[in-house]
Design a protein around this ligand. Structure first.
Ligand SMILES: [Zn+2]
Length: 109
């Protein structure tokens, strides 16, 4: 993820570090592979960090000022992130938003 989305990754790592419960995910996040966008529906904004259809467990709710800005879906063992769902692109930095815009779809505002 750090290679494909350097700025978005930096923003997400910052958010992960802000909370004790998610700090443990911060270091590994940049090393996750970018596996493309989820194709389950045209409007799905999931950014895959594991092959599509990987069994899911639960997700980490990333918040900024009390608002959910992104969800990190975890695998069944609750160890690694399988996909990233950006809920509020506006909450991320300018550079990160440009990276998201490059994905097209609903990010292209
Ligand atoms: Zn999807």
């Amino acid at each position: 993820m750090a290679e494909s989305f350097p700025c978005l990754t930096a923003d997400i790592v910052d958010l992960l570090r802000m909370d004790h419960s998610t700090m443990g995910q911060a270091d590994a996040f940049g090393d996750l592979p970018y596996c493309g966008r989820c194709t389950c529906s045209p409007t799905c904004g999931n950014i895959l960090t594991a092959p599509q259809g990987s069994p899911g467990g639960c997700f980490i709710d990333l918040e900024l000022c009390g608002d959910s800005v992104a969800w990190l879906n975890l695998d069944a063992d609750l160890v690694s992130v399988t996909s990233v769902e950006i809920l509020e692109p506006e909450a991320f930095g300018h550079q990160a938003r440009r990276e998201l815009a490059g994905l097209g779809g609903q990010f292209q505002h």
